[in-house]
Design a protein around this ligand. Sequence first.
Ligand code: ATP
Length: 335
Amino acid sequence: MENPVIDLKGLTKCYGSLKAVDDLNLKIEKGEIFGLLGPNGAGKTTTILMMLGLTEPTSGKALVCGIDATTHPILVKRKVGYMPDSIGFYESMTALENLVYTGKLNGIPGNEAHQRALDLMDLVGLGDSAHKRTSVFSRGMKQRLGLAEVLIKRPEVIILDEPTLGIDPAGVKEFLGLIRELSREQGLTVLLSSHHLHQVQMVCDRVGIFAAGKMQMEGNIHKLSQTLFAEDSYSVSITVREPLPALWEHSDELRQVRDVRELRITENLVQIACASDVTPDIVRFFVAKGLDVMGVHKREFGLDEIYQKYFDNNLIENNTDEKSRSIFKRYLNKK
Ligand SMILES: Nc1ncnc2c1ncn2[C@@H]1O[C@H](COP(=O)(O)OP(=O)(O)OP(=O)(O)O)[C@@H](O)[C@H]1O
């Protein structure tokens, strides 16, 4: 990465004897959407505060757009829009008035702030509510207005902390779609901190799993899945027309197919864990046995399973092989 927009170098923050953030190194490039995941107390907020220049690191550096957030916090604030998990507005003012006010606070002249505010209200789907007082806004409407407020200064980076909290499922899809559009069309860099794995999986280019102040692993979902579940990365489900007995006579032979690791038969559904994508071999196997294949579904382990690998205490107590197997079993059980 030549010129990362966010560059954290050995970033460390101690509160007394507690290392809230421990030697964090992370680069995020322009236009990338990075998902920061981790349990409560992992150090996510502390990291964000250091990136905004609101908390001083004990050691290391947070560079945002090449600017040191500790030594030049005001310069960094011009480049970064931050949307915290709970947003407050002046409730006696309308949504539009709130936005224009924020625009002016950011040094945007009145007329321009007004026009930008109107455009942004449309962009976030609040065009019809511009003249309503924010006291009557629902949680979801406030989140949308929060995004508009973050965007009014045309930041290069936005940091969103649990941005979809309280938004209904259709609204979440729309909201995340908007974030993706902004990143793709305007090259906006996004750091999204969230506990909602499916949402993170939907929108992020790369994710980092953060625990006990350390980045445990980072990469795109495919890479993480491959790294963690090298032995059982894929799952193929085959639906056949007629139900099969639990002790199907060809089970052992199917287990001999290249890279097949484990299988489970539930009536006419056969779920197969594989170390590589051997879907065509599996389909050929069923056809060769004279079975009518009605459906084929293939998937990789997703963020749910990746996350669970780190944060399920029962699994952590077991050895590595057992962990991988237990997760796979859990995955099969869920389907
Ligand atoms: N001002 C502070 N003084 C002392 N300890 C703090 C302070 N702020 C945070 N901590 C501690 O640092 C650790 C990391 O907290 P942080 O708020 O960064 O976690 P988080 O990942 O954002 O958690 P959450 O998901 O709950 O928001 C926690 O153990 C927390 O108690």
